[in-house]
Design a protein around this ligand. Structure first.
Ligand code: SF4
Length: 396
């Protein structure tokens, strides 16, 4: 039973699905979901093309409700992007810089520690990803993580995407397993899921040539899981992929999860076009974002949490996503460069109360969690003066 789930959720789901009437075209999907039978590629294609988005959202919301009730999770974290210097140049990336660029940066360990100190009294997670720095090997990161743990033992380190792990292993002449073990021994707690993009090498060839292959991404996460390092997984959609390639992506993640159970959370996010070099991207509309959230909830029956990534889709869309199957909205974040350089306008520096308000606006109950979903506390929003609510237009 995954952390945070209600007991007997599958039974409750069967009951709520079967006690309602649904359009005939959804009969097979309803039957499978009520028996916890994984949905097929054809089911996925149907869900991505059906005109009945409201029905899909309703079903996804029922699954979320059966699993977690009205609870929606968030944590108190800070993002620190340690360097923007990167040896790769993925086409969708507005963050990376060459070493000699005027605005290239690399944080000294002391600088990183001082930055984290600013937030350390009110966060329990630091989320760190960055570019593939040409010199920073396992020794550098082990030193960084050891110092973070020494200074802030209560802070969980969620850091380094699969491609960063591959890059560090290469620089250090180590296997993936060796480097992950060294990093874990130095304080690494979990891996974020970034860099999955679309797990289809023909798409990767266009949008992130030179990055790890689909199989390498999965293998790095498989290895992390085997070392008891939990990870998240992601999907970047709205570039050049087809619906079928999105389904391939979801099926690959589901397959690995059935083998390892190491994924905690799936985080789908749309491509943001500003300042990146992918003019041929199709871009995701608001309804497309909601559909991807809902389809992910339905296809990924073995990955417990689906995150509405506020940093990317914004607060208002997040409220809606929480009614389309998402149960998590990430954290307080405070600092973030990658999505904001790509054009995100999501507010930074939200405190717990602001996050909890987003959750309440969606009709849910805010639950503060830790990184590994092993501790939960209902978040009580402090009393603030009542504000007038916006009146609906009446036409008179
Ligand atoms: S997405 Fe990551 S690996 Fe690719 S260019 Fe940007 S920072 Fe480098």
């Amino acid at each position: 039973m995954a952390a945070g789930e209600l007991a007997d959720w599958q039974q409750n789901l069967s009951h709520s699905l079967l006690s309602q009437s649904w359009p005939d075209s959804f009969a097979e999907i309803i039957e499978k979901l009520s028996k916890n039978i994984p949905l097929s590629r054809d089911d996925g294609n149907f869900l991505f093309t059906s005109k009945e988005l409201d029905v899909i959202g309703q079903i996804a919301n029922l699954v979320k409700q059966a699993r977690f009730g009205n609870h929606v999770f968030f944590n108190m974290n800070v993002h620190i992007n340690q360097t923007n210097i990167c040896t790769l140049a993925c086409k969708f990336c507005a963050f990376r810089r060459g070493r000699r660029a005027a605005d290239a940066y690399q944080m000294e360990i002391s600088e990183y520690i001082e930055d984290l100190r600013t937030y350390s009294s009110h966060v329990d997670e630091v989320h760190s990803v960055g570019g593939l720095h040409p010199d920073w090997d396992a020794e550098y990161y082990c030193e960084l993580f050891s110092q973070v743990k020494e200074e802030f033992p209560h802070i969980h380190i969620k850091a380094l995407t699969a491609v960063e792990i591959k890059h560090i292993a290469g620089l250090s002449n180590c296997s993936i397993e060796q480097v992950l073990q060294q990093l874990k021994d130095s304080g690494l707690g979990s891996l974020p899921g970034g860099g999955a993009e679309i797990l289809d090498d023909s798409v990767r060839e266009i949008i992130c040539k030179g990055k790890e292959s689909s199989e390498e991404y999965l293998e790095i996460h498989r290895t992390a899981h085997s070392l008891d390092i939990p990870t998240n997984c992601t999907m970047l959609f709205g570039t050049v992929e087809t619906n079928d390639q999105r389904i391939t992506h979801l099926l690959k993640l589901r397959e690995l999860q059935s083998e390892t159970s190491g994924f905690q959370c799936f985080v789908p996010y749309p491509f943001l076009p500003d300042d990146s070099r992918l003019p041929e991207a199709q871009l995701a509309t608001g309804t497309e974002i909601l559909r991807v959230i809902a389809v992910s909830r339905l296809m990924l029956n073995n990955i417990p949490h689906i995150k509405a990534y506020r940093m990317n889709i914004g607060d208002e869309m997040t409220e809606l996503a929480l009614q389309y199957g998402a149960d998590d909205i990430d954290g307080t974040v405070h600092k973030e460069s990658i999505m904001h350089l790509a054009g995100s306008t999501a507010p930074l520096n939200h405190d717990g109360a602001k996050l909890a308000k987003i959750v309440e606006n969606s009709g849910s109950v805010p639950i503060q969690r830790n990184t590994t979903y092993s501790s939960f506390e209902k978040y009580i929003i402090p009393n603030v003066p009542e504000r007038r609510s916006l009146r609906m237009a009446t036409g008179d």
